[in-house]
Design a protein around this ligand. Structure first.
Ligand SMILES: [Zn+2]
Length: 321
């Protein structure tokens, strides 16, 4: 007996006389869950895997941007089809397979920021990557959404065989108890979280200076402002390269279009803006592929310079590597 499917009807391979039978078919049950968040691409010989960790709709107030009236911020959020009282903050980590090493750049939220984030481990499974196979973790900066994935909620290491490398400047700033004591109450939570993550593994955490090559083909560049030691990564293989922007800008619909805006989460707003413009100008002029930790998944694409700022052009999904 010929099985009649909607697809067959649409394709015209079932006669019109058979159509009434369709109503007897049971509806397909809804899947009820999202598919895995994985995207692969290549830079030269390196295979990169972008892994989605989820999204946080960060509540914001009129104080969110220090140097722009909130009406302008609301209008930018509306232009990006975002709610006016929340900033869409997606998280995408990146694994670089250099052929020698599996390198994880930033570690996601560890399911410890928002209920709608923490999908990294499920997406590692879906990507068939064993956390034990990660050789090296490189950290851009010490905000919790970048370091919490080092440990699970029970403080067990998620990537037990990985060496961990962090920017020396970040370590010096955040692990200094004088800075902790001088910080306002909400920032103290950030300092305490860093001690939870790093204190008992400090001996095994290596620190790098800007310009260091943390693995062959992965070079660090100082990108201060968002935090004092915030670091971006230039990945080179063959004649291709990728700039890993970290939090140089958060959602591009807000901060690429308005590169002068200083958000409350930038520790040094002037420096953050200067770093953003310098790196974005370079990426736009060189037509470099970039990825941003808080860009919409798969978080990579290009930056175009516009009269007032920049526009992010997302990568086209490639069916083959
Ligand atoms: Zn971040």
């Amino acid at each position: 007996m010929q099985r009649i499917t909607r697809r067959a009807v649409l394709a015209g391979s079932v006669s019109a006389a058979a159509l009434p039978l369709l109503s007897a078919n049971a509806a397909s049950p809804p899947a009820g869950e999202q598919t895995a968040g994985i995207y692969r691409y290549k830079i030269g010989d390196f295979e990169l895997t972008a892994l989605y960790d989820g999204i946080w709709y960060r509540p914001i107030t009129e104080k969110f941007i220090r140097n722009a009236p909130f009406a302008q911020v609301e209008s930018a959020l509306a232009d990006a089809f975002m709610p006016s009282d929340k900033l869409a903050t997606p998280f995408t980590t990146l694994i670089v397979n250099t052929g020698q090493k599996l390198v994880l750049i930033d570690t996601g939220t560890g399911g410890q920021i928002a209920p709608s984030a923490g999908a990294l481990r499920a997406n590692l499974v879906a990507a068939d990557i064993d956390p034990k196979a990660i050789d090296l973790i490189v950290i851009s900066h010490f905000h919790p959404d970048h370091i919490n994935g080092i440990k699970d909620k029970d403080n067990e290491l998620v990537f037990p065989n990985a060496e961990i490398m962090v920017p020396d400047e970040e370590w010096k700033f955040w692990m200094d108890d004088a800075n902790l004591n001088a910080a306002p109450a909400d920032l103290k939570l950030t300092f305490r979280n860093q001690r939870r993550i790093f204190s008992d593994i400090a001996r095994n955490v290596a620190r790098f200076e800007p310009g260091a090559e943390v693995a062959p083909g992965i070079v660090t560049l100082a990108a201060p402002g968002h935090t004092p030691g915030h670091t971006v990564f230039a990945i080179h293989s063959g004649d291709q390269s990728l700039l890993v922007l970290g939090d140089t800008a958060q959602h591009p619909a807000v901060f690429a279009r308005h590169p002068d805006w200083q958000a409350t989460f930038d520790i040094d707003g002037d420096a953050a803006v200067a770093t953003r413009k310098k790196l974005f100008d370079r990426a736009a002029a060189d037509r470099m592929l970039v990825t941003g930790y808080h860009f919409p998944f798969p978080a990579c694409g290009h930056l175009l310079k516009t009269p007032h700022g920049y526009e992010h052009v997302p990568v086209e999904w490639q069916p083959e590597l």
